[in-house]
Design a protein around this ligand. Sequence first.
Ligand code: BG6
Length: 472
Amino acid sequence: MGFPENFLWGGAMAANQCEGGIFEGGRGLANVDLCPSGSRRQEILRGHGKILQMEPGCHYPSAEAIDFYHHFREDIRLLGEMGFRVFRLSIAWTRIFPKGDEEKPNEEGLRFYDEIFEECKKYGIQPLVTISHFDCPVYLIEKYGGWRDRRMIDFYLCLCRVLFTRYQDKVTLWLTFNEINMILHAPFMGAGLCFREGENEELVKYQAAHHELVASALATKLAHEINPKNQVGCMFAAGSVYPFSCRPEDVWEALLKEQENYFFVDVQSRGYYPAYAKIRLQKRGIFPQMQTGDEEILKKYPVDFISFSYYNSRCVSAGTQEMAEGNLFQSAKNPFVNYSDWGWPIDPLGLRITLNQVYDRYQKPMFIVENGLGAEDIPEADGKIFDDYRIEYLREHIQEMKKAVEEDGVELMGYTSWAPIDLISAGTGEMKKRYGFIYVDKQEDGSGTRKRTRKKSFYWYQKVIETNGEEL
Ligand code: BG6
């Protein structure tokens, strides 16, 4: 049986982690530009260290990133060479609306993405566009406080209208917000939130989340109105939560954590706040303010498909356990899985489990839009890169994904690995945490030629696509 003929194989990147060129093309500053590398990054991502302008002495890795802004033709040609059928990319909001609340978009920014889409077309690559991948104009943060303010919905929809109209002949696959549940873990990065002294942070986060959820529903409505062929997906950071043991208290804790994550997708896919969320948020005094009509909006415009990132499963205990890393989520250390060099669990079967759980819950087509291994690649003396560890990681995950399709019958539209070309890490801001099939000669200290080199995994993934996942 295998994967369906039209299965969308490809890779995913985000504007702020690859483009650079933040002062070019009339672009404005965004939250993501102001996340420095080094020890302060975490505090800032989490909304606890307000910097709304670049500070001397700080290094801002997104400023240049891998300079996709100037290399995109060459980069997309390489994706074409690998046989990509889909390329997931994101729009830098501030290239289109530099401040965020202008009436007219910036033509130069729109033209940049036109060129990208035209380049994709040359190689038969379909774009999958994330409207906001951790992107919020700094001006909107200063003036409105980011997504805590309801007016953000209108600014976001204004962006959506421009994108859906301008690119209606070029793009039909859209994601409204990248990893929408990340707002709970990295609220500055996820929603431009900087906390004020003494405020109820949980309430602010859920209020901002509510605004994003309404914005996502209205964007779905708009996308369908502008082009009925548009398909809109939600996107969340997935990874099943295992109980640390079969102790009922551990199982219960795991269920609570699952609900915390699924809350967003429950609303975006089923169209209403689930009972568990209503009761618990109200009890904790953090139920967001809603306007009349919000519930109807959520109900009427659910997403068409469900996409997610999967890097690892998580593990939870009712007691105290040794903790592990993993995509900004706290998790107990699972003794039954291996760990990456950055301490993230490696759990391929967890992907099959997650696919089944998500499908059981929503019964909608799914799309795996991120999955990959962050590792340090050391080129040989002749410049070649043998990244067998990455091939092994991806192979094992794709094998499990295949079983979920063939043996469990989940409906899966495609798979985009994170990330086909090395780029800046979102969590740490490092360059040395590499995910790509394509190596970028840029080192942690900024040195290097920016030259692109095909790694061993490049040829491996090329074969995977060519054989529609038969040869792994
Ligand atoms: C996801 C994000 O959380 O994980 C990406 O959507 C990110 O933007 C990816 O890059 C991997 O995380 P990291 O911290 O290794 O870059």
